[in-house]
Design a protein around this ligand. Sequence first.
Ligand code: SF4
Ligand code: SF4
Length: 356
Amino acid sequence: MDTLFLRPKPTRREFLQVATASLALLGLSQALSPRVVKALEETSGKPAVVWLHGQECTGCSESFVNNLDPTAAAIILDTISLRYHETLMAASGYHAEEALEDAISESGYLLVIEGAIPLAEDGLYCTIGGKTFKDIVRESVKNAAAVICVGSCATFGGFPAAGPTDAVGFLYKNTKKHHEFDDVLGDKPVINLPRCPMHPESLVAIIVHYLTFGDIPPLDNFQRPIAFYGELMHDNCPRRGQFEAGHFLTDWGDPSQAGYCLYLKGCKGPWARHDCWKRGWNGTSAYCINVNAPCIGCSEPEFYERFSPLYDRQFDVTLPGIGKVDIDKVMATVAAIAAAGIGIDTIITKLKGEES
Ligand code: SF4
Ligand code: SF4
């Protein structure tokens, strides 16, 4: 299964579009574009990708294909050789399992993992073709060149980690690193692309970087590319001005609160590192806060268990240079002096002064 979709071979102009977008995403110089285009043209159809599905909803695959033609994801599906993907491949049953066995008997492929890996009962909560997902992952990692975990489930356990199956991400269960696959992983690179669902552009950019430079971009402590997960949502939020002004949404049905900060409705933006504000999903500009929903913190290892219930405020805010803030006290003060037009930073600083 070398290509999944019938479309003409990508043109040089399409390759250039992918190169330019990927370099911009990774914060690299546009001067490298010719090198990226050359790499994409030369490797076209060669790099093998094996994409596994475990305990999950397939939303990350959905997110990937929903950005198809004429976007970067379509070009990447033409450029790589997608050898195994249970949702997209035409083969089924024994033929599908043979395709996986063939693909992982060779070496040097990129292994994409979507979905958590249940460990309870020796992995019996998720079996495919009579094998546990845990064992399939173990077998598939052995000859891989690198492992890319897509979505919150495969990276930190996500929703399944909150259930009874002892589900884990490939390297982590929430914030805690486990060592289930250390023996087969060795020193292979692992790239974590959490979010629920994963953003297709981040996967495309990682694959383009790998095909062009033969390595992966810099990662943070949780194996997330710093280019995509280096900044807090809260520091870049279009509603940050409302937060500063003390305008917090309390009633979804009150039109006078439209556009207010969603902190009291459970927004995890002050703890969530991602770049959702730069891009939308499904080819639009839609992401949580842009569609009037709080950030649920799905880029973080704490998601889902520690951040639930998602629409309830759970923590007080820690602000840089100020420290932990008791938001109830701030709200009371904001309400008391709202007419004075004093900014929330001034109020917080004053309250801190009173505490010390
Ligand atoms: Fe589905 Fe979210 Fe898990 Fe992706 S991360 S497979 S969208 S639950
Ligand atoms: Fe934006 Fe959420 Fe921060 Fe409010 S709390 S400014 S909605 S990220």
